[in-house]
Design a protein around this ligand. Structure first.
Ligand code: GLC
Ligand code: CA
Length: 560
């Protein structure tokens, strides 16, 4: 396929609210991002994805947008955004915005108008339905935020109808069936692209199309929340027939006119259904995020990891490109979830990075991964902020679960694990703010922070720098074929990347144990030169190796 800039990019995801605060209000801001651009430049990334920074009541930390064409005041101003964009561009860093097309805030002027009367010109910007004869909600859907405690429909007194909100009650779903809404969205996206942004991460993009007639979900309501009768069926509004036609239309009207990147968040999508979205000839979206790696939180075997990667990498044979990431702002921290955040925190953080940066596809780094930030363990539910954790907690407790048990169950998967402030140094509040941070700092900041990492001879940041730099000088990383070796080995992840000019070998011991390995016969007869290791103490030779240290990760190339 014809090479596009985002295939060579390394994307760094910034959760602005938790990155760096410059005015002491406890909230990260654009000034903070501007001040850290040199650090990002040094890291070597060449694209930033901003979680939503639009004007927003912050019910869902910015995913509830009240004005698509303004900056959230607690983050900064449009002037500052333009300054940031210019500075980033001058450094060779592109900027991608998070775009929420499935819903807006209930404070958005479209919704304010829409709810006023049935004949308001904005009425059909949203999904309104009359109550059932018994006054009840139009169907049995439960919203995602309250785990079946709440309907996906909210009754609105003024007009006596219900509006649809798959997420929070303060985030009504918009109606993509209505042409004027589409036109507004095209205009808005065009405005950002004309301003100079380089693309979009598309929130919940495979959920824009709702099933015809909005039928009841057939899925049984799961206990204990079954008592409310609402069904949280994320599949029912996902990948609905017609979604592809809709994406092709948006692509034609907007994205195709710019050299921009689009990466869609696609929950409830397996590799089977993915090609329709990302096959270049389809002209829909460029790449997508799937959630098939580690679907069951915290549990993934090395074999499952390899099989899943193989299925997605196979799609690349069909004129498609994939993403490489393990976690983001919606999940636990990768070193806690897939690595070992205690004894082997440093080598396991480096191993996970090695996989992300040397597998086929575009790597995405979530802020803090480059210094090995870990999950947080808050003692009380009051210290948690994000809606899923809080909603699930109260649902469970209401249904009779012991509060302590519920909290220990929810901690490992809470999205707040990834949302605590960036740990810059070991001063109060980890150097994130001089004020009171909007969410507590992870107490491990005295040990794990940017300054300490940079001062360490074992720096994770330095390792990321090397990996990112390698991408620029080793053609096999971007263009090479891919082949797993030792596919059935329960601990080792080993693969070849091969293009006309280069052969690379990646060897990772994805475990806490020292693993003896017979080097596969097909690697014999070449001279292997070590390009990178996270275990400097081992000898730089493949031939003499018969065992691999816990979390050891290395990259070799065939010496010509
Ligand atoms: C996506 C976002 C998540 C948000 C949700 C609703 O999943 O990544 O953070 O809560 O959409 O917009
Ligand atoms: Ca601030």
């Amino acid at each position: 396929m014809e090479k596009r800039w985002w295939q060579e990019a390394v994307v760094y995801q910034i959760y602005c609210k938790s990155f760096c605060d410059t005015n002491g209000d406890g909230i990260g801001d654009l000034g903070g991002v501007i001040s850290k651009l040199p650090m990002l430049k040094e890291l070597g990334i060449n694209c930033i994805w901003f979680n939503p920074i639009y004007k927003s009541p912050q019910v869902d930390n910015g995913y509830d947008i009240s004005d698509y064409q303004d900056i959230e005041p607690s983050f900064g101003t449009m002037e500052q955004f333009k300054e940031l964009l210019d500075k980033a561009h001058a450094m060779g860093i592109r900027v991608v915005m998070d775009l929420v097309l499935n819903h807006t805030s209930d404070q958005h002027k479209w919704f304010q108008e829409s709810r006023k009367s049935k004949d308001n010109p904005y009425r059909d910007y949203y999904v309104w339905r009359a109550p059932k004869e018994n006054g009840k909600e139009p169907n049995n859907w439960g919203n995602y935020f309250y785990e079946g405690r709440g309907s996906a429909w909210q009754f609105d007194e003024t007009t006596g109808e219900y509006y649809l909100h798959n997420y929070s009650v303060k985030m009504p779903d918009v109606n993509w069936e209505y042409e004027p809404l589409r036109q507004e969205m095209y205009k808005m996206m065009t405005w950002w692209l004309d301003l100079g942004v380089d693309g979009f991460r598309l929130d919940a993009i495979n959920r824009l199309k709702k099933p015809a007639g909005l039928p009841d979900s057939k899925m049984p309501p799961a206990p204990p929340v079954g008592i409310y009768g609402y069904v949280v069926d994320r599949a029912i509004c996902t990948n609905v027939p017609g979604i592809h036609e809709l994406l092709r239309t948006i692509n034609k009207e907007v994205w195709s006119k710019y050299d921009c990147m689009t990466v869609g968040e696609c929950g409830n999508l397996s590799s089977d259904g993915a090609l329709d979205y990302i096959s270049q000839g389809n002209n829909e979206i460029d790449m997508l995020f799937h959630f098939e790696i580690g679907k069951n939180p915290n549990i993934i075997t090395v074999n499952e990891y390899k099989q899943t990667q193989q299925r997605w990498i196979d799609l690349m044979q069909h004129n498609a490109w994939i993403t490489q990431f393990l976690t983001n702002h919606d999940s636990a921290r990768q070193v806690s979830r897939f690595g070992n955040d205690q004894q082997y925190r440093v080598p396991s953080a480096k191993l996970l990075a090695t996989l992300i940066h040397t597998m086929p596809g575009t790597p995405f780094v979530y802020q803090g991964e480059e210094i090995g930030m870990t999950n947080v363990h808050f003692d009380t539910i009051d210290d948690y902020d994000e809606r899923y954790t809080v909603g699930k907690y109260y649902t469970a407790v209401e249904a009779g679960e012991d509060p302590e048990v519920a909290l220990s169950r929810l901690r490992p998967t809470s999205r707040d694990n990834a949302r605590t402030p960036y740990q810059w140094d070991d001063s109060e509040n980890a150097g994130f703010t001089t004020g009171k941070p909007w969410i507590k700092v992870n107490p491990r900041y005295t040990e794990i922070n940017y300054a300490a990492d940079r001062a360490s001879k074992d720096s994770i940041f330095e390792f990321y720098k090397k990996l990112i730099a390698m991408r620029k000088t080793n053609p096999a990383i971007i263009d090479g074929d891919f082949k797993f070796l030792l596919m059935d080995h329960p601990q080792m992840v080993m693969y070849l990347r091969k293009c006309a000019r280069q052969t690379l070998l990646v060897v990772c011991n994805f475990s806490d144990e020292t693993v003896p390995v017979q080097i596969p016969a097909e690697l014999e007869g070449f001279t292997w030169e070590r390009l990178l290791t996270n275990r400097e103490e081992t000898a730089p030779s493949l031939e003499r190796r018969d065992n691999w240290l816990p979390w050891e990760a290395e990259v070799y190339q065939v010496k010509l």
